[in-house]
Design a binder for this molecule. Structure first.
Ligand code: SF4
Length: 290
């Protein structure tokens, strides 16, 4: 029996949700747990985005579908009106499928789900429907990297490109900045699972990403993101051919103004050191300019 496009198994998991690493057991038809999200998370936006990495945005743009809500509570979130205040509109699975097909019609190179970790049950149901409806472009799973191995395994074969963050290597920092002391351990297992599923990033003849893993790392003030350790992990435990996007765009947003050391942008010296680690690592990828 189906209800609103979900099958029985998906409905059962929605009624006692333990999908993401929070495993709160909440009824998504009622309170929605830590992420406070309904079965299909609210839609904050669905648009062509030209500011992602070159093989993701290409010339025509990435078809980003931005979900409201999040399973992390980062004190510096640059999208906090969407992630923490959950600004967005309620949608059905059918409308989610329509949004995907519409972005393909507008020329999107891919469908890029932003903050999907609390949306995986909806994606399990929606992606096959969209494929049946004619969706041909790759699916990008653009997450904070706080994903359980179980939920990623259920995404196997549905996701073409994983684009997770690698944020922290230290539990105390992950607790203080994102209320997730187990982030380093969860993230490590998630990245290994993602790489096992899709391998290194691969491109078509025009340089557009088709399949694989692309890891983002946001450098934080006072080396709170442990950039060198993060890059060492990618090189030694994922693959020396991993593609990485090193990001300089940190600025104090949301509650970060109140945390000493997080209340400023990176210094030129901090950024130079991070780029030095990246260049010495030999990993593939790009870095922003400060
Ligand atoms: S997806 Fe939401 S409700 Fe489900 S376990 Fe994670 S935080 Fe809890």
């Amino acid at each position: 029996m189906e209800m609103n496009g979900f099958d029985d198994n998906q409905l059962e998991r929605l009624r006692s949700c333990r999908e993401c690493p929070r495993a709160c057991g909440a009824n998504r038809f009622e309170s929605g747990g830590y992420c406070k999200s309904p079965p299909v998370p609210k839609l904050a936006s669905a648009n062509l985005h030209h500011g992602e990495e070159p093989p993701i945005s290409g010339l025509r743009g990435s078809g980003t579908i931005f979900f409201a809500g999040c399973n992390l509570s980062c004190i510096f979130c640059q999208n906090y009106p969407i992630s923490q205040l959950r600004h967005g509109r309620e949608i059905t699975l059918e409308q989610l499928v329509e949004a995907m097909l519409k972005l393909q019609d507008r020329g999107a190179h891919n469908i890029n789900f932003v903050t999907p970790s609390h949306a995986t049950i909806a994606l399990e149901a929606a992606i096959p429907l969209a494929r049946d409806g004619g969706l041909r472009i790759p699916i990008v799973y653009n997450s904070s990297g706080y994903d359980s191995v179980g939920q990623l395994r259920r995404m196997k074969g549905l996701v073409d490109i994983y684009m997770p963050d690698i944020r922290y290597r230290r539990d105390d920092i992950a607790e203080k900045l994102s209320n997730a002391p187990d982030y380093p351990e969860i993230n490590r297992a998630a990245l290994i699972e993602m790489h096992d599923q899709v391998g290194e990033l691969r491109f078509d003849s025009e340089g557009i990403a088709k399949k694989g893993l692309l890891v983002r790392h946001l450098v934080l003030p006072e080396n709170r993101a442990d950039t060198e350790l993060a890059l060492d992990f990618l090189k030694n435990e994922i693959s020396p051919d991993t593609w990485v996007s090193l990001m300089a765009q940190y600025f104090p947003a949301y509650e970060a103004h109140d945390i000493p050391g997080m209340d400023r942008k990176l210094t030129a010296d901090e950024w130079r050191r991070a780029v030095g680690f990246f260049e010495r690592s030999g990993l593939n990828g790009w870095h922003q300019n400060l």
